[in-house]
Write a protein of this length. Structure first.
Lengths: 263, 569
């Protein structure tokens, strides 16, 4: 590698909708120190070379999910990706916006469809009955708790959405993130929302569309076994279908649902 | 919500009853407390889930256990604050804590559990009882996700990626805000009867900080410029354990679970600084202890001491400290199961903030603040770990309830004048057009360096005066600086320029507060005045904006039941 202390070439997709007809590549030589992440280098470019470079960032440490982008061909968090590792891979760092979402400026994408799909699975606890007057004793086997806890590690970074091949060919597909979120509530023993979530989860744009390529699981920066969660969700939906809850195969609900005013 | 269609520059037709700025825990909790009959909107400069509340690790304090008492929690909080907390506020916080925690539990938060199913609690710095409820070492994310999901369920409207530049005041009360819609670059006037700021901290004024890029003190500086005083700004918390380099936070929970701090001589040095509480002494004490070890040559070459977790065992580390396990591996290539983690203090929190009362109210009618940007004050001179999450939930709710009452009692807000919009529109246009080689980047770098070097853990008059001089010089440079990006869409260059101005204003209040406080109290340590002086300084300092720099005033500290005593651990 031998990159530490020397300059690394960052090749970045640039695009400003008010100025550029189409995207183009820009190159920056960035001094890199031992242990620098891609995000630190991007910040260095913005503060000392080119202030106009557009990218989102906040926490710097892989917990806020702002800085998902395609780095050397794969969707990754810039703040969890070491420059040296990328240079070892390709000799330089190549940055593009996330896939399956419309790019707006440079590395910034329009997240609207992602959030609409998240909302469609009614991602909140629907408790059975009124809240208890005192502390609820949620006695749950440790492994079941760990499963839900792991699923709720999601940081909404959209990397799974970007890496999912089904999202790439079917704009209506809920995508891995919305499904793992649904899983987190569907398998919570305190939740009673199955009937309400059944329709969005079981129609043709829901869980059944997942083709188990494991791209989401492989790319998730929090290590969530998303694919496994989706398959458990399918099993539950199948059981609910057989129990006669609702017909499984229904026409999809439109992406632009009129009640969706709070995105 | 990204707005659609053409919105007039001053749109008086969509006036909100309650406008919340900031979508972290305090902001969302405030919005959820607003009467649903009223119109409420939350503005955030990032998507809500990017707020830094999600980064909180260790826990949220509440006296849940039958053996524990909220009064003891209040005492620990007040002692931890080095007696600068307003005691009525600290008592309110601690008495309301159990309710706040159970509410989150009922809304769905996956707290870690004891074997019998009750919420697990761990030891935390400066607490006389293990009362920090937690969700592994990702308590902030667990709480935040629940609150965010609640906001989705309640159809709370969020204007995502709106950058507030100014608070509009008319007829002596708040009238709304001016904000840039980041996606389009448009300046918009948003009228509101009440405004609640929940905009978080300002760690970006320091080089070594656990804070995110977005923590640029926007709300504090905007309130300050609008004439609302800032309280106790000299009190900056340095977290004892951050990873050298990026200064990623390593939770206090790691010490709460039994981790040791060791210097290069393999000495558990905390025994010399806090013989009773050792590693779980309050943060100000542990940070100073580490800095002292480093200054006296007992640290490691990279300016660190070691946090040793190895004796805790792999199972505990991977289950209850999973996030920092991941951090140590990702950012340092260190597996804490087998190796100690190098740590050093880093800026973490500002105890000071917009001066508020128990209901989040400020000196400006209709304007409220909650969370890190506010100083009620419950944290005084030093915040205890696991009290800030609690602060956001308790006082966020208070602000939402108070804003609701204000809307019921007061008439409609005065309109926002075209002139106030035009003033900012002109300012932004001038800025975009300015041709200058001076970018904000070097100004920020110098600001971070001077604050870290001169206004850190150990302070003295000479260094503070040097910082004051440097800040004045930087303000001069800033007045003639400009931006590189002249575009409109997602112009982060312009936002960072404005943020730099906020940080410069705030840094000046930190330095002025630190200069006038000629004593050592909590996180504010003066080498030239190494003792606490209650006779002179048991009071808050309030900084008010003026064209010539901060004007320092005073306010009394509320004392209820706890007479100030020497603070030993």
């Amino acid at each position: 590698m031998g990159t530490v202390g020397s300059d690394v070439v960052f090749q970045v997709m640039r695009y400003d909708p008010r100025r550029d007809v189409e995207p183009y590549w820009a190159e920056y030589d960035v001094p890199v120190d031992d242990g620098d992440t891609v995000l630190m280098s991007l910040m260095r470019i913005r503060e000392s070379q080119d202030g106009s470079l557009g990218f989102r960032a906040s926490c710097r440490s892989g917990i806020c999910g702002s800085d998902g982008m395609v780095i050397n061909g794969r969707s990754r968090l810039a703040c969890k990706t070491q420059v040296a590792a990328m240079v070892a891979l390709r000799g330089r760092v190549v940055l593009e916006p996330l896939r399956n979402l419309r790019y707006v400026k440079d590395l910034v994408v329009d997240q609207t469809p992602f959030w609409k799909k998240f909302r469609r699975v009614e991602p909140y606890l629907m408790p059975a009955g009124a809240p208890p007057a005192e502390e609820r004793r949620m006695v749950m086997p440790q492994d079941a708790f760990d499963l839900l806890s792991k699923a709720s590690d999601c940081i909404f970074c959209e990397i799974c959405y970007s890496e999912c091949p089904v999202n790439g060919i079917d704009r209506g597909f809920l995508g891995p993130q919305a499904l793992i979120k649904a899983f987190r509530f569907e398998f919570d023993p305190r939740d009673d929302g199955a009937a309400s979530r059944f329709a969005p989860l079981s129609n043709v744009e829901g869980a059944w569309r997942c083709r188990t390529t494991f791209n989401c699981t492989d790319s998730c920066p929090k290590g969530i076994p998303i694919t496994e969660g989706i398959q458990r969700l399918k099993k539950k939906l199948a059981a609910e279908t057989l129990a006669g809850l609702t017909p499984a195969y229904r026409s999809p609900t439109p992406v632009e649902s009129p009640e969706d005013t709070s995105s | 919500m990204t707005s659609t269609g053409k919105i007039p520059k001053v749109d008086q037709t969509t006036s909100y009853d309650v406008l919340v700025v900031g979508a972290g825990l305090a902001g969302l909790r405030a919005a959820l407390a607003v009467d649903p009959e009223l119109s409420c909107v939350v503005l955030s400069k990032v998507y809500p889930v990017r707020s830094h509340s999600v980064a909180a690790q260790g826990g949220i304090n509440a006296a849940l256990d039958p053996e524990d008492r909220w009064q003891d929690h209040a005492y620990d909080t007040i002692k931890g604050s080095d007696y600068l907390a307003d005691q009525d506020a600290a008592e309110f916080l601690c008495e309301d804590a159990a309710r706040a925690v159970y509410e989150m539990e009922h809304w769905g938060t996956l707290f870690s559990r004891r074997p019998d199913g009750r919420i697990a609690q761990r030891s935390f710095g400066g607490q006389g009882y293990p009362r920090a409820c937690y969700a592994a070492d990702k308590t902030g994310r667990a709480l935040y996700q629940t609150l965010f999901e609640r906001a989705v369920a309640q159809r709370i409207t969020v204007f995502e990626e709106f950058f507030v530049v100014s608070l509009v005041v008319a007829e002596g009360r708040v009238a709304g805000v001016l904000a840039i819609e980041i996606a389009s670059g448009r300046l918009m006037a948003i009228p509101a009867r009440t405004v609640i700021f929940a905009t978080g901290g300002a760690g970006m004024m320091y080089a070594r900080t656990t804070n995110p890029y977005i923590a640029t003190g926007d709300g504090l500086a905007i309130a300050y410029r609008a004439g609302v005083p800032l309280k106790d700004m000299e009190f900056i918390q340095f977290h004892p354990t951050t990873l050298p380099g990026m200064n990623v936070l390593i939770t206090e929970g790691a010490r709460g679970e039994g981790g040791y701090l060791l210097n290069a001589e393999h000495d558990r040095f905390m025994g010399r600084y806090a013989p009773k509480l050792m590693e779980v002494a309050p943060r100000d004490i542990v940070s100073r202890a580490i800095e002292t070890e480093l200054l006296e040559g007992r640290g490691f070459a990279d300016g660190s001491v070691h946090l040793d977790l190895r004796h805790l065992g792999e199972d505990l580390i991977r289950h209850r400290l999973s996030e920092i396990y991941d951090f140590a591996i990702t950012y340092r290539g260190i597996n804490p199961v087998h190796e100690p983690i190098p740590v050093q203090p880093g800026q973490h929190y500002i105890m000071g903030g917009i001066a508020t009362g128990l209901e989040g109210q400020t000196t400006l009618p209709g304007f409220y603040a909650a969370g890190e940007c506010a100083a009620v004050s419950v944290h005084g001179a030093n915040r205890l770990g696991a009290n800030s999450l609690l602060d956001t939930l308790v006082f966020g709710r208070q602000a939402g309830l108070a804003a609701t009452r204000f809307c019921r009692e007061e008439p409609q807000a005065p309109p926002i004048s075209e002139a106030s919009w035009e003033e900012w529109q002109d300012r932004l246009a001038t800025l975009r057009a300015r041709r200058t080689p001076m970018h904000y980047g070097p100004i920020r770098a110098r600001l971070r360096a001077t604050m870290t070097d001169n206004v850190g853990t150990f302070r003295d008059r000479k260094r503070l005066q040097a910082a004051r001089g440097e800040l004045a010089a930087l303000r001069e440079v800033y007045a003639h600086a400009g931006v590189m990006d002249r575009g409109e869409v997602f112009n982060y260059d312009l936002l960072a320029f404005l943020e730099t101005g906020f940080l410069l204003d705030l840094a000046a209040t930190v330095v002025e507060g630190a200069l006038v406080r000629e004593e050592s109290r909590g996180a504010h340590w003066r080498n030239d005045f190494p003792a606490r002086h209650d006779d002179q300084f048991l009071k808050h300092f309030l900084c008010s904006w003026s064209a010539d720099g901060p004007v320092v005033g005073e306010a009394p500290v509320a004392i209820t039941h706890y007479a100030p005593k020497p603070r030993t651990y």
